[in-house]
Write a protein that binds this ligand. Sequence first.
Ligand code: PMP
Ligand code: GLN
Length: 378
Amino acid sequence: PVSRLPEVGTTIFTVMSALAQQHGAVNLGQGFPDFAGDPALLDLVTEAMQAGLNQYPPMTGVPALREAVSRKIERQHGRRYDPDTEITITAGATQALLTAVLALVHPGDEVIVLDPCYDSYVPAITLAGARAVRVPLRVDDFGPDFDAIGAALSPRTRAIIINTPHNPSGRIWREDEREALTRLLAPTEVLVISDEVYEHMVFDGQVHASASASPELAARTVVVSSFGKTFHVTGWKVGYVAAPAVLMAEFRKVHQFNVFTVNTPMQHALARYLAEPAHYEGLPDFYQRKRDLFRAGLAASRLVLLPCEGSYFQCVDYSPVSALDDEAFCRWLTTEVGVAAIPLSPFCATPPQRRIARFCFAKQDATLTRALERLAAL
Ligand code: PMP
Ligand code: GLN
């Protein structure tokens, strides 16, 4: 067969954005802000370009950006990653995830993912010639089920991919859950790929339980993040990976033949911008206010709000409103109600047990208000 990914079509995000555009719906589907990044950050890119910083940067990323990332992680989680050997700048988290899997996972290996999971994980595992072992998160609260994860471990398990704050549910891992994973993996050689792209979107004063904050776990973990989320510039596609030097050396072998390196002026701009912690430390308040605005508006509808602890996604149980399956419901909502949302099925191996749709609230207040006017009638 020609296809290496016979099961894969076009991503649900692309499909729903196209449908929203076609029907003039308010697009709360695909996760991206509809507002500009900080003008000060945009100016830094122009400055870098004008200063002639337009040729290949080092393969691993601009040194000033790797240093800034290292300082940020140390400030937040108390672990120092060596910018020369333990941090690499990537073309967003998607490339980082694929590269990490291709670098570390062998054909015939098993990789555990926790369903629902982001849609790029399983195809990455398939492309590595490995098998994804899909372990459901708990149905009630999307928390990790360590009995189920333990039962899924086998001599072939090479890695587990975790994600906190979680897309699509917004669930964040507790520190004791991170410790439970650490204990579970202690007798094994299983690696961890920790997708932390929403690391700076954690609400209600809670702490982001980064894998990098636990020395034992960090020693076997590749941490992945993305500036697109943190600085409202998803189209820039710049992210980073932090990992112990032995793992990073393998990551870089693949990275150099995958993208080799990532656009130079953005890296210089991000390096200068990241040096000021206020630029990311204000993010929880910024998004918590939008979350609360959106939740207050939805309270008027029959949609049942699920908890939103982090990320920029709000999930609802729509069963009081419709008996459609989630893909059909999201299409109906887009074409008939005029608000696009994302179904959970594409994040799962088997259809979800509950009727849930995901909204993105990384939008201007006016956009959220327009959507709420339409949703309140449900
Ligand atoms: N992981 C998760 C959980 C995401 O939600 C996304 C994108 N929304 C990515 C990875 C990919 O990030 P990037 O755009 O930086 O490739
Ligand atoms: N990660 C974003 C989301 O979950 C979308 C990214 C994409 O379109 N691939 O909505």
